[in-house]
Design a protein around this ligand. Structure first.
Ligand code: SME
Length: 165
């Protein structure tokens, strides 16, 4: 059993995310079905990254994001491009960290418990956006620079393994 599974390493910082990415890659890289990959990916991430209340995928369908596999309470099913944090990330293809959702104009409150969030764009190898990864926390200012860097590595594993367009 790895140090990660034994919870020997701290649950934040570069070592934590390195272990997490290794586990993620092992879990999804051999599986060709994108729904199966995303379902297991969000279960792994949600249950190992501390202080989250929602983590999941929104997938691009035309001009709309449609909710995909996730962990947490039921969420908004559809978000228009440019709306809320997820819709803005889908439009700009740039990660957004929101320290306090009450300060983000147009934030869409799916779960009233969410107080901060990070949303990362997910792109195919040919540079086309296929979705976003949304991580929400009940704690204000939950996502540090280390989390942002670690989740960027998570994003790279997802983009390398999941093929949606
Ligand atoms: N907060 C998001 C909506 C998605 S839910 O939080 C799951 C947003 O403003 O894009």
């Amino acid at each position: 059993m790895s140090a990660f599974q034994n919870d020997i390493i701290p649950s934040t910082g570069p070592e934590f995310y390195r272990e997490l990415c290794g586990s993620l890659q092992g879990l999804i890289s051999q599986e060709p079905d994108p729904i199966a990959q995303m379902a297991n990916a969000c279960a792994l991430l949600f249950h190992h990254i501390p202080k989250l209340n929602w983590l999941g995928f929104y997938l691009i369908k035309g001009e709309t994001l449609v909710v995909g596999p996730f962990q947490g309470k039921p969420a908004c099913t559809r978000i228009k491009l440019g709306r809320g944090v997820c819709g803005t990330v889908a439009q700009t293809c740039k990660t957004i960290v929101v320290k306090d959702v009450h300060e983000f104009e147009g934030h869409i409150a799916c779960d009233a418990a969410s107080r901060s969030e990070i949303v990362l764009p997910l792109m195919s190898l040919n540079g086309k956006l296929w979705g976003v990864l949304d991580c929400d926390s009940p704690q204000v200012d939950r996502f540090t620079k280390e989390d942002e860097q670690g989740l960027e590595e998570v994003r790279q594993v997802l983009e390398k393994s999941i093929s949606l367009n």
